[in-house]
Ligand binder design. Structure first.
Ligand SMILES: Nc1ncnc2c1ncn2[C@@H]1O[C@H](COP(=O)(O)OP(=O)(O)OP(=O)(O)O)[C@@H](O)[C@H]1O
Ligand SMILES: [Mg+2]
Length: 306
Protein backbone atom coordinates (compact mmCIF):
# COMPACT_ATOMS: atom_id res chain seq x y z
CA UNK A 1 0.00 0.00 0.00
CA UNK A 2 1.04 3.51 -0.72
CA UNK A 3 2.53 5.18 2.31
CA UNK A 4 0.83 8.45 3.21
CA UNK A 5 3.34 10.97 4.56
CA UNK A 6 1.06 13.96 4.99
CA UNK A 7 -2.64 14.05 5.67
CA UNK A 8 -4.64 17.26 5.94
CA UNK A 9 -8.12 16.63 7.27
CA UNK A 10 -10.69 19.39 7.07
CA UNK A 11 -8.03 21.93 7.97
CA UNK A 12 -9.63 25.26 8.77
CA UNK A 13 -8.13 28.57 9.84
CA UNK A 14 -10.19 31.53 10.93
CA UNK A 15 -8.68 34.84 11.89
CA UNK A 16 -11.26 37.12 13.42
CA UNK A 17 -14.37 36.67 11.33
CA UNK A 18 -12.50 35.70 8.18
CA UNK A 19 -12.11 32.11 7.11
CA UNK A 20 -8.66 32.02 5.58
CA UNK A 21 -8.48 28.26 5.05
CA UNK A 22 -11.71 26.38 4.61
CA UNK A 23 -11.87 22.61 5.27
CA UNK A 24 -8.79 21.64 3.31
CA UNK A 25 -8.37 17.90 2.87
CA UNK A 26 -5.32 16.38 1.15
CA UNK A 27 -3.10 13.29 1.20
CA UNK A 28 0.50 13.14 0.06
CA UNK A 29 2.14 9.78 -0.54
CA UNK A 30 5.84 9.05 -0.21
CA UNK A 31 7.97 10.21 -3.13
CA UNK A 32 5.38 12.52 -4.65
CA UNK A 33 6.04 16.07 -5.75
CA UNK A 34 2.84 17.87 -4.90
CA UNK A 35 2.12 21.35 -6.20
CA UNK A 36 0.03 23.77 -4.21
CA UNK A 37 -1.11 26.34 -6.68
CA UNK A 38 -3.09 29.49 -6.13
CA UNK A 39 -3.18 33.20 -6.78
CA UNK A 40 -1.77 35.73 -4.31
CA UNK A 41 -3.66 35.64 -1.03
CA UNK A 42 -5.18 32.21 -1.72
CA UNK A 43 -3.84 30.79 1.54
CA UNK A 44 -0.72 28.88 0.50
CA UNK A 45 1.64 30.31 3.09
CA UNK A 46 -1.01 30.06 5.80
CA UNK A 47 -1.46 26.35 5.05
CA UNK A 48 2.29 25.80 5.14
CA UNK A 49 2.63 27.70 8.41
CA UNK A 50 0.07 25.34 9.93
CA UNK A 51 1.88 22.31 8.49
CA UNK A 52 5.12 23.29 10.19
CA UNK A 53 3.50 24.31 13.45
CA UNK A 54 4.12 28.05 13.09
CA UNK A 55 0.40 28.68 13.29
CA UNK A 56 -2.39 26.84 15.10
CA UNK A 57 -5.38 25.27 13.36
CA UNK A 58 -8.86 26.55 14.15
CA UNK A 59 -10.24 23.09 13.41
CA UNK A 60 -9.27 19.96 11.51
CA UNK A 61 -6.08 17.95 11.76
CA UNK A 62 -2.68 17.66 10.11
CA UNK A 63 -0.82 14.37 10.37
CA UNK A 64 2.79 13.96 9.35
CA UNK A 65 3.87 10.35 9.14
CA UNK A 66 0.85 9.52 11.27
CA UNK A 67 1.58 12.08 14.00
CA UNK A 68 -0.73 14.99 14.68
CA UNK A 69 1.08 18.32 14.36
CA UNK A 70 -1.04 19.81 17.15
CA UNK A 71 -1.01 16.87 19.57
CA UNK A 72 2.37 15.29 18.91
CA UNK A 73 4.37 18.22 17.60
CA UNK A 74 7.84 16.83 18.34
CA UNK A 75 7.14 13.52 16.67
CA UNK A 76 5.47 15.11 13.67
CA UNK A 77 8.01 17.87 13.04
CA UNK A 78 10.94 15.45 13.20
CA UNK A 79 9.95 14.32 9.70
CA UNK A 80 9.68 17.78 8.20
CA UNK A 81 12.23 19.90 6.39
CA UNK A 82 10.97 23.28 5.26
CA UNK A 83 11.91 26.60 3.83
CA UNK A 84 9.12 28.97 4.74
CA UNK A 85 10.95 32.24 4.70
CA UNK A 86 14.37 32.90 3.23
CA UNK A 87 16.84 30.56 4.87
CA UNK A 88 19.27 32.36 7.12
CA UNK A 89 22.84 31.75 6.05
CA UNK A 90 26.15 33.10 7.22
CA UNK A 91 27.31 34.93 4.13
CA UNK A 92 30.95 35.14 5.17
CA UNK A 93 31.17 31.39 5.67
CA UNK A 94 31.29 28.88 2.85
CA UNK A 95 28.26 26.79 2.00
CA UNK A 96 29.99 23.80 3.52
CA UNK A 97 30.75 25.64 6.76
CA UNK A 98 27.11 26.69 6.98
CA UNK A 99 25.95 23.11 6.61
CA UNK A 100 28.44 21.82 9.17
CA UNK A 101 27.23 24.53 11.54
CA UNK A 102 23.62 23.34 11.21
CA UNK A 103 24.62 19.70 11.27
CA UNK A 104 26.15 20.19 14.72
CA UNK A 105 22.75 21.20 16.04
CA UNK A 106 21.06 18.03 14.81
CA UNK A 107 21.88 14.79 16.59
CA UNK A 108 23.12 12.02 14.35
CA UNK A 109 24.01 14.06 11.26
CA UNK A 110 27.43 12.92 10.07
CA UNK A 111 29.88 14.68 7.75
CA UNK A 112 29.06 11.90 5.32
CA UNK A 113 25.44 13.06 5.30
CA UNK A 114 26.59 16.66 4.74
CA UNK A 115 28.51 15.56 1.63
CA UNK A 116 25.52 13.54 0.51
CA UNK A 117 23.05 16.45 0.64
CA UNK A 118 25.52 18.66 -1.20
CA UNK A 119 25.46 16.08 -3.98
CA UNK A 120 21.68 15.83 -3.90
CA UNK A 121 21.26 19.53 -4.63
CA UNK A 122 24.16 19.60 -7.08
CA UNK A 123 26.31 22.10 -5.20
CA UNK A 124 29.58 20.10 -5.23
CA UNK A 125 31.39 22.59 -7.44
CA UNK A 126 30.74 25.66 -5.28
CA UNK A 127 30.23 24.34 -1.77
CA UNK A 128 33.63 25.60 -0.55
CA UNK A 129 32.98 29.13 -1.81
CA UNK A 130 31.62 31.82 0.46
CA UNK A 131 27.83 32.14 0.45
CA UNK A 132 28.10 35.86 -0.40
CA UNK A 133 29.39 34.83 -3.82
CA UNK A 134 26.37 32.58 -4.50
CA UNK A 135 23.57 33.36 -6.90
CA UNK A 136 19.99 33.29 -5.64
CA UNK A 137 19.49 29.81 -7.10
CA UNK A 138 22.58 28.52 -5.33
CA UNK A 139 21.46 30.00 -2.02
CA UNK A 140 18.18 28.27 -2.47
CA UNK A 141 19.88 24.95 -3.05
CA UNK A 142 21.94 25.46 0.06
CA UNK A 143 18.67 26.13 1.89
CA UNK A 144 17.23 22.87 0.59
CA UNK A 145 20.43 21.00 1.51
CA UNK A 146 20.10 22.36 5.04
CA UNK A 147 16.41 21.45 5.20
CA UNK A 148 17.06 17.81 4.27
CA UNK A 149 20.13 17.23 6.49
CA UNK A 150 18.06 15.31 9.05
CA UNK A 151 16.55 12.96 6.43
CA UNK A 152 13.00 14.29 6.56
CA UNK A 153 10.14 12.40 4.96
CA UNK A 154 8.55 15.64 3.89
CA UNK A 155 10.12 18.71 2.32
CA UNK A 156 8.02 21.88 2.19
CA UNK A 157 8.99 24.76 -0.05
CA UNK A 158 6.99 27.98 -0.18
CA UNK A 159 7.31 29.51 -3.65
CA UNK A 160 10.85 28.25 -4.27
CA UNK A 161 10.90 29.47 -7.86
CA UNK A 162 10.43 33.13 -6.88
CA UNK A 163 13.24 35.16 -8.36
CA UNK A 164 14.80 32.28 -10.27
CA UNK A 165 15.51 32.53 -13.98
CA UNK A 166 14.37 29.76 -16.35
CA UNK A 167 17.67 27.90 -16.00
CA UNK A 168 17.44 28.13 -12.21
CA UNK A 169 13.89 26.83 -12.30
CA UNK A 170 14.92 23.90 -14.48
CA UNK A 171 17.71 22.99 -12.07
CA UNK A 172 15.39 23.28 -9.10
CA UNK A 173 12.93 21.02 -10.86
CA UNK A 174 15.61 18.44 -11.61
CA UNK A 175 16.91 18.10 -8.10
CA UNK A 176 13.46 18.23 -6.52
CA UNK A 177 12.33 15.37 -8.73
CA UNK A 178 15.53 13.58 -7.87
CA UNK A 179 14.92 13.98 -4.13
CA UNK A 180 11.42 12.57 -4.50
CA UNK A 181 12.46 9.68 -6.69
CA UNK A 182 15.73 8.61 -5.10
CA UNK A 183 15.20 9.59 -1.48
CA UNK A 184 11.46 8.91 -1.40
CA UNK A 185 10.81 12.35 0.06
CA UNK A 186 7.30 13.76 -0.35
CA UNK A 187 7.71 17.32 -1.59
CA UNK A 188 5.04 19.97 -1.01
CA UNK A 189 5.77 22.99 -3.15
CA UNK A 190 3.66 26.12 -3.44
CA UNK A 191 3.54 28.47 -6.38
CA UNK A 192 1.33 30.90 -8.25
CA UNK A 193 3.03 29.98 -11.51
CA UNK A 194 1.18 27.24 -13.23
CA UNK A 195 3.67 26.58 -16.00
CA UNK A 196 6.36 25.77 -13.44
CA UNK A 197 4.11 23.43 -11.50
CA UNK A 198 3.24 21.55 -14.63
CA UNK A 199 6.88 20.61 -15.15
CA UNK A 200 7.81 19.91 -11.57
CA UNK A 201 4.89 18.10 -9.99
CA UNK A 202 3.12 14.77 -10.09
CA UNK A 203 -0.10 16.35 -8.90
CA UNK A 204 -1.29 19.89 -8.53
CA UNK A 205 -3.92 21.15 -6.12
CA UNK A 206 -5.56 24.43 -6.93
CA UNK A 207 -6.50 26.63 -4.01
CA UNK A 208 -8.49 29.83 -4.14
CA UNK A 209 -9.84 31.93 -1.28
CA UNK A 210 -8.75 29.20 1.13
CA UNK A 211 -10.74 26.51 -0.61
CA UNK A 212 -9.47 23.52 -2.50
CA UNK A 213 -10.93 23.86 -5.97
CA UNK A 214 -9.39 20.93 -7.74
CA UNK A 215 -6.60 18.36 -7.64
CA UNK A 216 -5.13 17.25 -10.95
CA UNK A 217 -2.74 14.55 -11.96
CA UNK A 218 -0.12 16.03 -14.26
CA UNK A 219 1.06 12.89 -16.03
CA UNK A 220 -1.62 11.60 -18.31
CA UNK A 221 -4.00 14.46 -17.77
CA UNK A 222 -3.97 15.28 -21.46
CA UNK A 223 -5.38 11.91 -22.32
CA UNK A 224 -8.37 12.43 -20.09
CA UNK A 225 -11.06 12.01 -22.72
CA UNK A 226 -13.59 14.01 -20.78
CA UNK A 227 -11.60 17.19 -21.28
CA UNK A 228 -10.26 16.52 -24.76
CA UNK A 229 -11.20 18.89 -27.50
CA UNK A 230 -10.92 18.51 -31.24
CA UNK A 231 -10.54 21.41 -33.64
CA UNK A 232 -11.84 21.23 -37.21
CA UNK A 233 -10.62 23.54 -39.94
CA UNK A 234 -13.49 24.08 -42.38
CA UNK A 235 -14.42 26.35 -45.30
CA UNK A 236 -17.18 28.02 -43.25
CA UNK A 237 -17.58 27.68 -39.51
CA UNK A 238 -21.09 29.16 -39.73
CA UNK A 239 -22.30 26.53 -42.20
CA UNK A 240 -20.51 23.85 -40.16
CA UNK A 241 -22.27 24.86 -36.94
CA UNK A 242 -25.64 24.84 -38.71
CA UNK A 243 -25.06 21.32 -39.98
CA UNK A 244 -23.87 20.12 -36.59
CA UNK A 245 -26.85 21.57 -34.74
CA UNK A 246 -29.24 20.09 -37.33
CA UNK A 247 -27.64 16.71 -36.69
CA UNK A 248 -28.25 17.14 -32.95
CA UNK A 249 -24.55 17.54 -32.17
CA UNK A 250 -22.63 20.33 -30.49
CA UNK A 251 -19.70 22.57 -31.42
CA UNK A 252 -18.32 26.01 -30.79
CA UNK A 253 -17.08 28.55 -33.28
CA UNK A 254 -13.38 29.33 -33.00
CA UNK A 255 -12.94 31.85 -35.81
CA UNK A 256 -14.41 31.94 -39.32
CA UNK A 257 -12.70 28.71 -40.37
CA UNK A 258 -12.46 26.78 -37.15
CA UNK A 259 -14.85 24.97 -34.87
CA UNK A 260 -14.10 23.10 -31.65
CA UNK A 261 -15.93 20.12 -30.30
CA UNK A 262 -15.68 18.53 -26.91
CA UNK A 263 -15.71 14.77 -26.70
CA UNK A 264 -13.91 11.54 -27.45
CA UNK A 265 -12.59 10.14 -30.74
CA UNK A 266 -15.88 8.54 -31.73
CA UNK A 267 -17.67 11.83 -31.30
CA UNK A 268 -15.08 13.55 -33.50
CA UNK A 269 -15.63 10.93 -36.20
CA UNK A 270 -19.41 11.42 -36.00
CA UNK A 271 -19.10 15.20 -36.30
CA UNK A 272 -16.75 14.75 -39.24
CA UNK A 273 -19.32 12.54 -40.98
CA UNK A 274 -21.99 15.21 -40.41
CA UNK A 275 -19.78 17.85 -42.00
CA UNK A 276 -18.87 15.75 -45.01
CA UNK A 277 -22.49 14.74 -45.62
CA UNK A 278 -23.53 18.41 -45.43
CA UNK A 279 -21.01 19.23 -48.14
CA UNK A 280 -18.73 21.23 -45.88
CA UNK A 281 -15.05 21.05 -46.70
CA UNK A 282 -12.93 19.74 -43.82
CA UNK A 283 -9.32 20.82 -44.27
CA UNK A 284 -7.89 19.48 -41.05
CA UNK A 285 -8.83 17.82 -37.77
CA UNK A 286 -6.56 18.02 -34.77
CA UNK A 287 -6.44 17.56 -31.03
CA UNK A 288 -6.99 20.80 -29.25
CA UNK A 289 -5.49 19.94 -25.88
CA UNK A 290 -6.31 22.39 -23.18
CA UNK A 291 -3.25 23.40 -21.25
CA UNK A 292 -3.33 23.26 -17.49
CA UNK A 293 -3.26 27.04 -17.69
CA UNK A 294 -6.59 27.07 -19.56
CA UNK A 295 -8.05 24.61 -17.11
CA UNK A 296 -6.76 26.62 -14.18
CA UNK A 297 -8.36 29.78 -15.51
CA UNK A 298 -11.57 27.87 -16.07
CA UNK A 299 -11.80 26.46 -12.57
CA UNK A 300 -10.83 29.73 -10.92
CA UNK A 301 -13.32 31.62 -13.05
CA UNK A 302 -10.67 33.41 -15.05
CA UNK A 303 -8.95 35.03 -12.11
CA UNK A 304 -5.35 35.84 -12.88
CA UNK A 305 -2.78 33.36 -11.67
CA UNK A 306 0.02 35.80 -11.10
N1 LIG B 1 -1.92 36.83 10.52
C1 LIG B 1 -2.90 37.14 9.67
N2 LIG B 1 -3.92 37.94 10.04
C2 LIG B 1 -4.94 38.24 9.20
N3 LIG B 1 -5.01 37.80 7.95
C3 LIG B 1 -4.03 37.02 7.50
C4 LIG B 1 -2.92 36.63 8.33
N4 LIG B 1 -2.10 35.86 7.61
C5 LIG B 1 -2.65 35.74 6.40
N5 LIG B 1 -3.80 36.44 6.32
C6 LIG B 1 -4.70 36.55 5.14
O1 LIG B 1 -4.95 35.23 4.69
C7 LIG B 1 -5.04 35.21 3.28
C8 LIG B 1 -4.08 34.17 2.74
O2 LIG B 1 -2.76 34.63 2.91
P1 LIG B 1 -1.50 33.76 2.51
O3 LIG B 1 -0.28 34.53 2.86
O4 LIG B 1 -1.65 32.42 3.08
O5 LIG B 1 -1.67 33.70 0.92
P2 LIG B 1 -0.68 33.10 -0.17
O6 LIG B 1 -1.47 32.15 -0.97
O7 LIG B 1 0.55 32.61 0.48
O8 LIG B 1 -0.39 34.38 -1.06
P3 LIG B 1 0.97 34.84 -1.84
O9 LIG B 1 0.92 34.17 -3.17
O10 LIG B 1 0.77 36.31 -1.98
O11 LIG B 1 2.13 34.46 -1.00
C9 LIG B 1 -4.76 36.62 2.81
O12 LIG B 1 -5.99 37.24 2.54
C10 LIG B 1 -4.08 37.26 3.99
O13 LIG B 1 -4.34 38.62 4.01
MG1 LIG C 1 2.54 33.08 0.30
Amino acid sequence: MEQIIVRLQEVTKRIGKRTIIDRLTLDLPRGEVFGFLGPNGAGKTTTIRMMVGLMSLTSGQIFIDGHSISKEFEKAIRHVGAIVENPEMYKYLTGYQNLIHYARMIPGVTSHRVKEVVGLVGLEGRIHDKVKTYSLGMRQRLGVAQAILHNPKLLILDEPTNGLDPAGIRELRDYIRNLAKNEGIAVFVSSHMLSEMELMCDRVAIIQNGKLIDVRQIQGMNIDESISQVMFEVNSSEAAIDAIITAGQKAEVAGSNHIVIQGDKEYAAAVNATLVIAGIKVYSIRDHVKSLEDQFLEVTGGESVG
